[in-house]
Design a protein around this ligand. Structure first.
Ligand SMILES: Nc1ncnc2c1ncn2[C@@H]1O[C@H](COP(=O)(O)OP(=O)(O)OP(=O)(O)O)[C@@H](O)[C@H]1O
Length: 256
């Protein structure tokens, strides 16, 4: 697996001179206040935004130059808003995640229908959706819809998983299960990049934390270092203090 690298990313009003090299095998959390540029950065890393300056490369190749199907095999992207355009079944929605592998018949990366079905089954089971696979997506709850969209990305088994606030609509148990699953994916050598608002989750479960403020990186490193209480207090304009020990820290907030 290969690095995902952003060099001098600039989007006027959104990102300024962002340099970032992301390593596979790690869970990286991108955090920051509202409007700091987290979603913009994630979309750039997924190759979804036209850049004014700068570049994003995956394994040394410019994302912009990769054919869409190849890019989709390398990078799975879960957007912030759980919108689904078509009222298909959960299983059909998740199957769409296999499209990048279903190219021309002679393509060397093409998978068999049995492999595709197995990947869909795995993703449905991982997101606790096996029992809902035949239900139309319009008949799902908000959290179930969010899980179905996550399952679609997982079904594609991309080298990089980029997810924008993937825990936002999930209950405690499903959020914990998704984080455990993403950690396991990183353990298998995939790259995992998550936009998170839950700083305790980033502190306890990420390998690396990138803090954005007004479109710039202001901290980047192991969670204990990047989320040091004084920096959290300054960037989020709260009085923040960490409690507890490694792996189970909680953030206590006072008045600004
Ligand atoms: N399509 C767009 N065109 C121009 N500016 C945008 C666009 N989308 C977002 N912005 C602006 O860019 C800045 C960064 O937005 P972005 O959505 O990346 O922030 P964020 O850190 O993800 O915020 P949040 O935590 O609120 O989701 C904000 O000031 C926002 O108003």
């Amino acid at each position: 697996m290969t690095a995902l690298r952003a060099t001098d990313l600039t989007l006027p009003g959104r990102l300024t001179g962002v340099d970032l090299t992301l390593r596979p095998g790690e869970v990286t959390a991108i955090v920051g206040p509202n409007g700091a540029g987290k979603s913009s950065l994630l979309a750039c890393l997924a190759g979804l935004l036209a850049l004014e300056t700068g570049a994003v490369t995956c394994g040394g190749e410019a994302l912009a130059a990769l054919p869409p199907r190849e890019r989709a095999r390398r990078i799975g992207y879960l957007p912030q808003t759980p919108e689904i355009a078509w009222d298909v079944s959960v299983e059909t929605l998740v199957s769409l995640g296999r499209l990048p592998w279903q190219g021309a018949a002679r393509h060397p990366a093409r998978t068999t229908p049995a492999e595709d079905a197995a990947a869909v089954d795995r993703a449905l089971a991982a997101m606790d959706l096996s029992a809902l696979r035949h239900r139309p997506v319009s008949h799902l709850s908000g959290g179930e819809r969010a899980r179905a969209l996550a399952a679609r990305v997982l079904a594609g088994e991309p080298a990089w998983l980029l997810a924008d606030e993937p825990l936002a609509n999930l209950d405690l148990a499903h959020a914990a299960a998704l984080v455990a699953l993403l950690r396991a994916q990183a353990g298998e050598g995939r790259g995992v990049v998550l936009v998170l608002h839950d700083l305790a989750m980033a502190m306890n479960r990420a390998d690396r934390v990138v803090v954005l403020e007004r479109g710039r990186i202001v901290a980047d490193g192991p969670p204990e270092q990047a989320l040091e209480a004084a920096l959290v207090s300054r960037v989020w304009q709260v009085q923040a203090c960490w409690w507890g020990g490694p792996g189970t820290r909680a953030l206590a907030l006072g008045q600004p």
